[in-house]
Design a protein around this ligand. Structure first.
Ligand SMILES: Nc1ncnc2c1ncn2[C@@H]1O[C@H](COP(=O)(O)OP(=O)(O)OP(=O)(O)O)[C@@H](O)[C@H]1O
Ligand SMILES: [Mg+2]
Length: 268
């Protein structure tokens, strides 16, 4: 039997090929075009912060990139290879769920609400993806999960259930859960906006550490401080398109577009 994992194995990236790229991405909900041709690329080891007003399509863009929802048009490429769909006879065909499930393994996602399983403890929440998605044996899964929990500073909380953890701790478990699957890129959707202000720092610290370790990351956030400190590039997203993209200093001190200036006045 051929293993679907071989069929979809991620190729080694050619130098100069972005780790993740989207081309002309479109998405319409109930007749309203939410993504209007998004063009976006991130290179290995880069951190991109994405800012933008509410309802502009940021979460939609991430969900499409993570193959959690199909695009209407456009392409998503991982290391230069198209994922999620292919064109046949000029029409877009989405891959079946079985193939999507395999492709999704390369893309880790962390949500605003942590979405942990309440009936599993921290260790079990992190280990679950390994045993259920990657067929890793239970003992090895637990070992790897424990290491990852330690990495996010929660080695002493492995047997705590989500209800026994603070929001910041739960979000760190969610980060460990994504990381343990060894993704090529991590997508964060406002990972700190559901947290009490005093818990934001511990999650941003873990994310900065990840960035320092060379993880490729796309982070939708309102945290200007994080964007300034940890991002290689900052992007303004508005009304379903990317308006401006620049290095943090340039983005914040010398924005080129009127829309960016307006947005920054609002944020500061
Ligand atoms: N599943 C869906 N069905 C219908 N409309 C949707 C769906 N998901 C998103 N939308 C709409 O698409 C638009 C963009 O939503 P999205 O969540 O991507 O915005 P956002 O930039 O992440 O906003 P926020 O900053 O508030 O999180 C909104 O108008 C939203 O109502
Ligand atoms: Mg959102």
């Amino acid at each position: 039997m051929t293993d679907i994992r071989d069929a979809v194995a991620t190729p080694a990236a050619k130098p100069g090929t972005p780790t993740l790229e989207v081309r002309d991405l479109h998405k319409t909900y109930a007749g309203i075009e939410v993504l209007k041709g998004v063009e976006f690329a991130i290179d290995k080891g880069q951190v991109k912060a994405v800012l933008g007003p509410s309802g502009s399509g940021k979460s939609t863009m991430l969900r499409l990139m993570a193959l959690l929802e199909p695009a209407d048009r456009g392409a998503i490429l991982l290391n230069g290879k198209r994922i999620g769909a292919e064109d046949r006879g000029g029409r877009m065909h989405h891959y079946p769920e079985r193939r999507l499930a395999v492709e999704r393994r390369d893309i880790g996602m962390v949500f605003q609400r942590f979405n942990l399983f309440p009936h599993l403890n921290a260790l079990e929440n992190v280990a679950l993806g390994l045993t259920s998605v990657q067929d890793v044996a239970r003992e090895e899964a637990k070992e790897r999960a424990y290491k990852m929990l330690s990495r996010v500073g929660l080695g002493d909380r492995d047997h705590h259930y989500p209800s026994e953890l603070s929001g910041g701790q739960q979000q760190r478990v969610a980060i460990a859960r994504a990381l343990v699957l060894n993704p090529q890129v991590m997508l964060f959707d406002e990972p700190t906006s559901a947290l009490d202000p005093e818990l934001v720092g511990e999650v941003l610290d873990v994310m900065e550490q990840l960035a320092d370790e060379g993880m490729t990351m796309i982070v939708v956030t309102h945290e200007v401080r994080f964007a300034r400190r940890a991002a290689d590039q900052v992007t303004l997203f508005d009304s379903g398109i990317i308006v401006e993209q620049a290095e943090p200093e340039e983005f914040f001190e010398n924005p080129q577009h009127e829309r960016t200036k307006q947005f920054l006045r609002h944020v500061h």
